[in-house]
Design a binder for this molecule. Structure first.
Ligand code: MN
Length: 297
């Protein structure tokens, strides 16, 4: 099943390539609630609600996907976890002497989340490049702490495409990755049963139609079971938590006017516009920095 969020907090199920069905009322969601935790609790209750949703899909009106604005599927998770340097080729291009297996994760602020129908807003930091990182997102479905690696599947709700946007530099990683709109997730969550085996998914990213990143999740250094196990070793994972699994080689700058397209096999595809914003200038990025990226064969 594909669970989308659209038009000011409605939740829908995508029923074919061109339509979705609004299940907000069926799921008992208050779409005006603040904070917007409806999707978080929908994920927690999904197993219980699923039969009712499936039964109602044929009876509810179909809405053209082209007519809605897709928002980030889980706007208020407990946390967004992200694994750095988790493909060897990206580690080589960045000349990083570590990998996620022995580095652990960092967090991105929930306020950086945005959706497929929203632009990436570049901060006013003219001395710096803002880079795209294409990543598979794991969405947690069940509370987890201290779990065994072999049980990882029990805790995964689904998957989505994720762009881990970053201002390149040597300052705090979280600071450089924290801007509003620096974590587009979408176009929706595809549930784990529909994706099947996530350890062999083709993933590609284009900027203005030109392929920049192309990889397969089989090349992850710390694999998907390992990422769930490691995160749950440290913290309690909650339904709706998002794990950004790391980016392969080919990262590079985006500029205002660019269109960034990400596609992950059996998960989805989205194209996000890049626009220039006026906010975001701080003392931190006063000094220029140009990353020394080593081109991968
Ligand atoms: Mn990343």
């Amino acid at each position: 099943m594909k669970i989308a969020r659209f038009n000011e907090g409605r939740v829908g199920v995508v029923v074919d390539d061109q339509h979705l069905v609004d299940i907000s009322d069926l799921a008992g969601m208050d779409t005006h609630q603040w904070p917007p935790v409806g999707p978080t609790s929908l994920i927690a209750r999904f197993a219980e609600l699923r039969p009712r949703i499936e039964q109602a899909l044929g009876d509810l009106p179909r809405i053209a996907l082209a007519s809605v604005k897709l928002q980030t599927p889980v706007p208020w998770p407990n946390k967004v976890i992200a694994y750095p340097v988790n493909y060897h080729d990206h580690g080589r291009e960045m000349q990083a002497n570590y990998r996620a297996t022995h580095q652990g994760f960092f967090l991105k602020p929930n306020s950086s989340l945005s959706g497929a129908g929203e632009p990436v807003v570049l901060p006013n930091v003219p001395t710096r490049e803002v880079h795209h990182e294409s990543e598979l997102a794991i969405v947690i479905g069940k509370e987890a702490r201290g779990i065994r690696r072999e049980d990882w599947k029990d805790y995964v709700f689904g998957y989505a495409c994720l762009l881990d946007m970053v201002v390149r530099g040597r300052e705090e990683r979280v600071f450089r990755k924290a801007y509003d709109s620096f974590c587009p997730v979408g176009p929706w969550i595809t549930t784990a049963d529909e994706v099947g085996d996530p350890t062999n998914l083709e993933m590609e990213l284009w900027v203005n139609g030109e392929s920049k990143q192309h990889a397969n999740t089989r090349d992850l250094v710390l694999d998907i079971p390992g990422m769930v196990e490691m995160a749950a070793a440290v913290m309690t994972l909650y339904p709706g938590d998002i794990i950004a699994t790391g980016t392969p080689a080919g990262v590079g700058p985006v500029r205002a006017g660019d269109k960034v397209r990400i596609r992950i096999e059996r998960v989805g595809e989205m194209t996000v516009d890049v626009v220039q914003g006026t906010q975001g200038a701080t003392a931190v990025f006063e000094t220029p920095y140009t990353p020394d990226i080593v081109k991968q064969k």
